[in-house]
Design a binder for this molecule. Structure first.
Ligand SMILES: Nc1ncnc2c1ncn2[C@@H]1O[C@H](COP(=O)(O)OP(=O)(O)OP(=O)(O)O)[C@@H](O)[C@H]1O
Length: 259
């Protein structure tokens, strides 16, 4: 089957006034349909750069990126992008915020509106449609942002530390909710996170990048015994602690890579 995301020899250098700095170098990666992949690694190893390239927001200096078999040069409605901050408009109600993506892509109709209301309900936000963002908790606002992203039904979802600003308890609940929703929809997802246990709990594969320049250091496949339960319980599954230590050790070595 055709991969959803394919990177071939992707290199990116940011051009400064005097010199260019190599952010990522020769990345090769293939992500299949419905797969959940996490990108982890020390600060500055190129996780956000890579996500921006896959989103079509940044053109790599070298190499090829394709999504659904087509080269990516611009953002596309097939690709949803969710960030750490929720970026809800304070003057719009929850439902109006949730419908924004559909409005912008010219896809707002009665059917999609009904589906979005349903999705708000799935995310535990029933009855909040007419509230304003300031009346909601941080965790609720983040769920609205997720509904807004999912409402356009992207086949590929890019998540850049979407849970990192939340309380631990809320973060665990959201991991479960997101993971369940994406599995049900068959959405392919790439998550950038600094939280190794989150990465292992939600993913099929954990990709460890190393810095200077950003390269793939190691790919860890999460065993089925961990995948078969929701993320909240994955942490208690046999093999979880061992895999966590393995990734942790490798990440420490990646972090000590000299400039
Ligand atoms: N706009 C930019 N201009 C110049 N250099 C940049 C720019 N954005 C990132 N870089 C550099 O590219 C490298 C990779 O940065 P990137 O933000 O992709 O890493 P990251 O792994 O997401 O980091 P973090 O975990 O700290 O968010 C770093 O050396 C960074 O300084």
């Amino acid at each position: 089957m055709l991969p959803v995301v394919e990177l071939k020899g992707v290199t990116h250098a940011y051009l400064g006034e005097r010199e260019a700095s190599l952010a990522v170098e020769d990345l090769n990666l293939s992500i299949g349909s419905g797969e959940f992949v996490s990108l982890v690694g020390p600060s500055g190893c190129g996780k956000t750069t890579l996500l921006s390239i896959i989103a079509g927001l940044l053109q790599p200096s070298e190499g090829e990126v394709s999504v659904y078999g087509r080269p990516i040069h611009n953002p596309s409605p097939e690709i949803g992008y969710m960030l750490q901050q929720d970026y809800l408009f304070p003057w719009r109600t929850i439902l109006e915020n949730a419908l924004l993506g559909l409005e912008l892509t010219g896809n707002l109709n009665e059917e999609n509106r009904r589906k979005t209301v349903e999705l708000l309900g799935d995310m535990g936000l029933a009855g909040k449609e007419d509230a304003y963002p300031s009346q909601l908790s941080g965790g609720m606002r983040q769920r609205v942002a997720l509904v807004r992203t999912l409402a356009t039904d992207p086949g590929l979802l890019l998540l850049d530390e979407p849970f990192s600003a939340l309380d631990y308890q809320i973060k665990l609940q959201l991991e479960d909710l997101v993971s369940e929703t994406l599995r049900r929809r068959g959405t392919t997802a790439i998550l950038v996170t600094h939280d190794l246990s989150e990465a292992i709990a939600v993913s099929n594969r954990v990709i460890l990048l190393e810095p200077n320049p950003g390269r793939i250091r190691k790919v860890f496949t999460v065993p089925e015994s961990i995948r078969e339960v929701p993320p909240l319980y994955a942490r208690d599954q046999p093999g979880f602690a061992e895999l966590f230590h393995e990734v942790w050790k490798e990440m420490e070595q990646a972090g000590s890579k000299s400039v």
